[in-house]
Design a protein around this ligand. Structure first.
Ligand code: MG
Length: 330
């Protein structure tokens, strides 16, 4: 590992994993942490925390406030838990406009209501100009588990892999905003609360093996984490991965892979093959999930690896993203 921290170590990919393992897991080692789930499961409760540093603060489809509630609530939802109680800690730079702060907090309020969650504790710090860039937010969340046994460590060859919607919108939107690119109005962040979709699946009795929201590192990071955690091979059909025309355009222009772009309302689902048609039917009742798709299957061909199969019959490994992807994406 490098002697000083690099931006790549916050990328949600390879270098980030190494930092977490060699510094944090080494010091904090315990059974719950080592399960490496989206949220820790403690009895009937799921618990998670996340900090938000996105730049710009306001972007097409959402802002840092909506993101700060979705990010934490979605990690709870991914464990089959209903988001209930959140904390909200802010670090604000001296000189930040109160009007912007009020807009951000209003976004948080609206998104909490969608989840049925409330903020029950918080902290405000103001630091001198230049000590932080405008505002950083941390939220910690507690969710009540509605479906037990969901785990990224239990994926088997009986499972197939689904994605709930078209991928890469958040990463592409933030990139376009930062570069000052004039994009079509159809491109906006997918930032969205996932609990309503998860609740619909649970209420219908759909069997679920694992769920993970594809945030930093994108779908490629999730699939590689799963292949390693469950010691399986995940084989994905490239043409079945849903990508919108707008995101595809940005990827081609800039040489990105849509599978490495960050999302904030997109999740990957592993579930028994026979449950897949029902799950897709339920997901597609949500407007944003029109492109929900079964993208692959679980095998033992190359345990701990992800294979991407092209429409022309060729295949290659899909790697965990690495390098300075896009700092301050969330
Ligand atoms: Mg997550």
């Amino acid at each position: 590992m490098t002697k000083t921290i690099t931006l790549a170590q916050g990328n949600g990919g390879e270098e980030n994993n190494e930092l977490i393992k060699k510094v944090f897991y080494k010091a904090f080692k315990n059974e719950i942490l080592e399960r490496s789930e989206d949220a820790a499961v403690i009895g009937k409760w799921a618990m998670t925390t996340d900090s938000f540093t996105v730049s710009p603060l306001f972007f097409a489809g959402a802002d840092i406030g909506k993101l700060a509630v979705c990010g934490t609530c979605n990690d709870l939802a991914m464990m089959g838990a209903q988001p209930k109680y959140l904390t909200c800690s802010v670090i604000i730079e001296e000189g930040f406009e109160v009007e912007s702060l009020e807009r951000i907090v209003e976004s948080m309020r609206a998104e909490l209501a969608i989840n049925g969650a409330v903020v029950v504790s918080g902290d405000t710090k103001v630091v001198p100009k230049g000590s932080v860039d405008k505002i950083f937010i941390n939220t910690t969340g507690l969710g009540e588990i509605a479906r037990e046994g969901i785990s990224s460590n239990n994926i088997s060859e009986a499972d197939v892999i689904l994605i709930n919607r078209d991928i890469g919108c958040h990463g592409a939107t933030i990139f376009a905003a930062r570069e000052g690119m004039q994009m079509s109005s159809a491109l906006k962040s997918d930032c969205n609360s996932l609990y309503p979709q998860v609740k619909a699946l649970i209420d219908a009795g759909v069997r679920i093996t694992a769920m993970r929201d594809a945030t930093r590192g994108g779908v490629a990071a999730v699939l590689n984490e799963w292949a390693r955690q469950s010691n399986v091979c995940i084989e994905v059909d490239e043409e079945k991965i849903p990508v919108s025309r707008e995101v595809q355009g940005i990827c081609e222009m800039l040489g990105f892979e849509a599978t490495a772009l960050a999302n904030e309302g997109t999740f990957v689902l592993a579930l028994p093959r026979e449950s897949a048609p029902q799950a897709l039917e339920i997901l597609r009742t949500f407007e944003v999930c029109a492109m929900a798709s079964m993208v692959g299957e679980v095998t033992q061909k190359h345990p701990q690896r992800v294979i991407l199969k092209s429409a022309w019959g060729t295949s290659r490994f899909m790697e965990t993203p690495s390098g300075e992807l896009l700092p301050r994406i969330c």
